[in-house]
Write a protein of this length. Structure first.
Length: 132
């Protein structure tokens, strides 16, 4: 193997080793996807429920859920003709989002949500609630 080829292979391997992290951060890089993730912290939802709760078009929610599933942030399971979506790893995601809030200087009381999920679903989605 030539030295040039070896360097090219090493660079390719280095890029591939960061692909999963890049996919994760791509999934988190859109405010609408963050709203969907915040809502899924309250539990499983169908696309229809998410569209009603978030006031988004079905096609928008479906496209974002597809991206989130491809990034490994959400999972889905069939329930009749519908799919139920949930967070793939709620605890780790909540820790990551809380750490991101700290990194950018937002307090634990701040939510990236569009409304009070505790009022709608009766569950605490704050960073403090996740640490309990």
């Amino acid at each position: 193997m030539t030295m040039i080829r070896q360097v090219a292979d090493e660079r390719h391997n280095a890029v591939e080793s960061h692909a999963e992290a890049a996919a994760l951060f791509h999934g988190l890089a859109d405010p609408t996807r963050l709203m969907i993730l915040a809502h899924l912290r309250t539990g499983e939802h169908k696309v229809k429920e998410l569209t009603e709760h978030l006031g988004l078009a079905q096609s928008t929610v479906s496209a974002h859920l597809s991206c989130l599933r491809d990034c490994g942030l959400v999972t889905s399971r069939a329930q009749g003709r519908a799919s139920m979506f949930s967070l793939a790893n709620p605890r780790l995601l909540m820790d990551l989002l809380c750490d991101a809030n700290h990194y950018i200087g937002i307090s634990d009381d701040h939510e990236l949500d569009t409304h009070d999920f505790t009022e709608v679903h009766g569950s605490d989605t704050s960073c403090e609630g996740a640490k309990r």
